[in-house]
Design a protein around this ligand. Structure first.
Ligand code: ADP
Ligand code: MG
Length: 585
């Protein structure tokens, strides 16, 4: 109980909604109650009717009332059930839609902070799983438990009206099913359900991480380990599920045992109460049969209780999301005309991730002037991506400054798209037409400008050959196009965007050497007047740049033009020769 209060103490995801749609909630509970009430009443009147009919009444009119009632309850039960389903789902869908919006706003407001503090998989887990759990919290826990308990009270009070002692006995017997077994369930099985959920959650996080870093696993030759890693949690889950099934079986068996006991007790009671008289004897069947439908309602309680711990974990997690929310740093934004871009300065920049041991980059200094081309090389984990995120303002330097024309990048975030064109490893193509996808670079571009950009990146012929030309739909992710073609589409976008600084984060990492060489040639031809900062992991195309910087352990190591480094750094010479040999440039 303390646990439950604790969970809801700072809750802003469940309770407010219970309040907001109060009327609908009451309707759901009323309809649910009526469904079971009609079920019981149907059995009650049928029991009476069958029993009375067996006495061969002289006139059909003597059993006319129970006949009508049987019909009424018979129709009433499915009708109420249907209405209850409709209203409860309506209720849940309303909430879920509010929910998604709330979650979106929470994520959007703190997109930068989240990227720093959370793994992508974490958010995926919330989106995919927690919302569904809170849906189920209502549909499978809250509604059934309230309806079940309501019925429990009404039934025992009704029986108590006949005979208070027997009412008390029934109160205790039903209590086994409605209270004791659910409590045991949650104590025994709750932990298991919770554990299953935790494994599932870790699995999402781990899997996302692995997928995002897929290339690294392949490069390390550890594909087998990757697959084995994914199997492990699945096996653990299967084990837990099996125990869960076992427990559920025993729980249902015990419940049925009590149902048997209750039925017999009811039969005995009804016999003692009504057995003596020819007139009253028919009530025996009525009372006894009426028990069965209530059991359905009571069984939902135990199920709902068992699922509580896993729902609880979700409630905690979404609330956690809220409370960790930091308001985005309110750096006042400035006006700039990006065409006036003159230089980008990195002044003694250090950045440490909150959960990182050592700084990811430390004391970096660099100046890039308008039109200069820089290549940044370094092994995986050296800090290349971190540096690019700092440049773009996605991360804020722990120490030092990054200045565009003497203005801190943090103050330029509203003009980001006018300053930076970014091409990364996997540009995203949306489920829309070719025209719309390319126009994303600059929504004000005319059709002619879009076509010119597509032709400039060398895709004119390809698009002309598509079934609907520029109106052809790119399926989501752009599956119909090769990796090189997707990069070219992304280049067309950046071309339209016409920003002075182009950031390339290993844009050719997933391409074959021939496509890679062609794409690099296109990039450096198209953007020959722009400033380019290019992160790469090998030396193909390095001849295009003015300056090369090696980064290792978050620090710049070798610096110079390709020609200088070729002369002075044997390591560079060796790498370049190796690369040439490999690719016969
Ligand atoms: P690169 O792009 O050169 O492969 P990164 O900039 O991605 O390297 O990473 C630099 C270092 O920072 C690595 O040690 C990496 O583990 C760490 N790092 C990267 N992202 C995060 C993060 N979100 N949280 C904590 N540490 C991180
Ligand atoms: Mg990287």
């Amino acid at each position: 109980m303390h646990d439950i209060i604790d969970t809801f103490a700072h809750d802003s995801w469940v309770l407010p909604y219970l309040k907001r749609y109060k009327g609908l909630l009451l309707l759901v509970i009323f309809l649910g109650f009526m469904t079971f009430f009609c079920g019981s009443a149907l059995m009650f009147t049928s029991g009476y009717l069958i029993s009375r009919a067996a006495q061969r009444p002289e006139n059909i009119l003597l059993i006319y009332v129970p006949i009508v009632l049987t019909r009424a309850f018979g129709i009433g039960r499915p009708a109420f059930r249907y209405a209850q389903r409709l209203t409860s789902h309506n209720w849940v869908l309303r909430i879920v839609s509010d929910f998604r919006k709330k979650l979106y706003l929470a994520v959007e407001k703190t997109a930068v902070t989240i990227r720093q503090e959370r793994q992508t998989g974490d958010i995926l887990a919330v989106l995919a799983d927690d919302i569904e759990h809170i849906e189920n919290l209502y549909l499978r826990t809250i509604f059934p438990v309230i309806i079940g308990w309501l019925l429990y009270i009404v039934v025992t009070v009704a029986i108590g009206g006949f005979n208070w002692a027997f009412g008390l006995l029934m109160f205790l017997l039903f209590g086994m099913i409605t209270i004791v077994i659910p409590l045991i369930s949650v104590a025994v099985n709750g932990a298991r359900v919770y554990k299953t959920r935790e494994i599932q959650h870790d699995f999402y996080v781990g899997l996302t991480d692995s997928v995002l870093g897929l290339a690294d696993w392949v490069i390390a030759g550890r594909q087998k380990d990757l697959v084995a890693n994914q199997d492990q949690p699945i096996e653990a889950q299967v084990r837990l599920r099996r125990q869960d099934h076992h427990f559920t079986w025993w729980r249902d068996f015990t419940t049925q045992m009590f149902v048997g006991i209750i039925t017999i007790v009811m039969l005995v009671f009804a016999d003692v109460e009504f057995g003596g008289s020819d007139k009253l004897v028919n009530w025996i069947a009525a009372f006894t049969l009426a028990i069965f439908p209530t059991i359905d309602a009571f069984q939902g309680i135990a199920q709902g209780f068992t699922e509580w711990p896993s729902h609880q974990a979700s409630i905690r997690r979404v609330n956690d999301f809220d409370h960790n929310e930091k308001t985005a740093s309110a750096v006042p934004q400035v006006e700039v005309v990006p065409n006036d871009f003159t230089a980008l300065n990195i002044n003694d920049v250090t950045f440490q991730y909150e959960n990182g041991k050592a700084p990811a980059v430390s004391h970096l200094n660099l100046q890039i002037k308008k039109g200069e081309k820089l290549a940044i090389l370094g092994p995986s984990g050296a800090g290349k991506s971190t540096l690019l995120k700092l440049l773009l303002g996605d991360l804020t330097a722990t120490d030092g400054q990054i200045l565009v024309n003497d203005i801190d990048v943090a103050a330029l975030q509203t003009h980001r798209a006018e300053l930076f064109g970014v091409l990364d490893q996997q540009p995203y193509l949306f489920n829309s037409t070719v025209m719309n996808n390319v126009r994303l670079g600059n929504l004000a571009a005319t059709d002619e400008q879009v076509i010119a950009a597509v032709e400039a990146v060398g895709l004119g012929e390809l698009v002309a050959g598509l079934p609907d030309g520029y109106q052809t739909a790119m399926s989501e992710g752009g599956n119909r196009f090769s990796g090189g073609e997707r990069q070219r589409f992304a280049l067309a976008r950046i071309l339209l965007q016409d920003a002075p600084i182009i950031i390339l984060d290993e844009p050719t990492v997933s391409l074959d050497p021939i496509t890679e060489a062609a794409i690099l040639a296109t990039i450096f031809k198209l953007f020959k007047d722009k400033t380019i900062i290019w992160v790469t992991h090998h030396l193909m195309g390095v001849k295009y740049v003015d300056q090369v910087r090696f980064i290792e352990n978050g620090q710049f190591e070798m610096v110079g033009s390709p020609a200088e480094l070729y002369q002075t750094e044997p390591r560079f010479k060796k790498l370049l020769d190796l690369d040439r040999g490999l690719t016969t440039e």
